[in-house]
Design a protein around this ligand. Structure first.
Ligand code: RUB
Length: 274
């Protein structure tokens, strides 16, 4: 099978998941594709709600240098990990939701630097990406407790810090992440637990500058319930918007900023997006 087709299939089936890895996989497929224009079209359509995928492909199309881009993204990731792990202190309980490779990298780095902390994670129906988080963290010998989604309040009650990833960030500073993210941010706010979004800044969607709405991904009902009784409607929104007021800061390769300042910094640093 052609590399673009394979990548599209893996992204659609969530075999490749998480915004950062989706973008990396797309750039790698683009580099090998014969028909670049066709490849971009197919890759962008594989998950239309991922701005980092679009931004990365826009970058290689405009500037070339796929290999250099992959190197830059790796360097950026190191910075995010450095900034993020500074927030983790001995004895803390860090809460997370779903599976963000960036949050996991931060936690694993903090552990390797000798910090002693625990993680609480909610399982994240319907695909249970929280289990993937738990599996990776426990393999790194981080004590981790998995909670069902409806136990989010319990998971957060004793936490000191909440860290989640992002799929998209709008010009108004709204962060789009896995369904449940705003719900858990509300709980964290109630307990006065700081809420950090850990992300590469290319999750920013430049089209939102012009007032376009960020699309929220909806997936098939059968992912939730294969054979529901006739007449039962099923809502399967997989992401939701988190209001910037509920966030303490966005941690990215650009530094640690409040959402409004983050937007200014991204636009200043990456003029080609505007
Ligand atoms: C994953 C998810 C992650 C973000 C960020 O959802 O919501 O928090 O994509 O991930 P899905 P990363 O499993 O549906 O892709 O930090 O890896 O970019």
């Amino acid at each position: 099978m052609d590399v673009v087709e394979k990548t599209v299939r893996d992204i659609k089936s969530i075999k490749v998941q998480g915004a950062y890895h989706i973008a990396i996989a797309a750039v790698k497929a683009y580099m090998k594709a014969k028909d670049k224009k066709k490849a971009v079209k197919k890759l962008v359509a594989s998950r239309p709600t991922e701005p980092m995928l679009r931004n990365s492909l826009m970058y290689v199309e405009k500037m070339g240098g796929g290999k250099e881009l992959l190197m830059k993204l790796e360097e950026d990731l190191k910075k995010i990990i450095e900034y993020g792990s500074e927030k983790i202190k001995d004895g803390m309980i860090v809460y997370t939701h779903c599976h963000s490779s960036i949050v996991n990298d931060i936690l694993i780095h903090a552990k390797k630097s000798g910090k002693k902390f625990e993680v609480h994670v909610t399982e994240t129906r319907p695909f249970f990406q929280g289990r993937l988080t738990a599996k990776q963290l426990s393999a790194a010998r981080i004590p981790v407790t998995l909670f069902v989604d409806s136990a989010a309040r319990l998971a957060l009650k004793k936490a000191d810090l909440m860290m989640i990833g992002a799929d998209a960030i709008t010009a108004e500073g709204y962060v789009i992440n896995k369904i449940g993210s705003e719900l858990v941010a509300d709980v964290a706010n109630n307990y006065q637990i700081p809420v950090f979004v850990c992300t590469h800044s290319w999750k920013f969607d430049p089209k939102t500058i012009f007032g376009f709405d960020e699309e929220i991904e909806r997936r098939e009902a059968k992912e939730i319930w294969k054979n529901p009784p006739r007449g039962v409607k099923i809502s399967n929104y997989v992401f939701e918007k988190v209001n910037p007021e509920k966030l303490t800061a966005i941690i990215s390769e650009l530094g640690i900023f409040k959402p409004a300042t983050f937007i200014v910094e991204v636009r200043k640093s990456y003029g080609w997006m505007n």
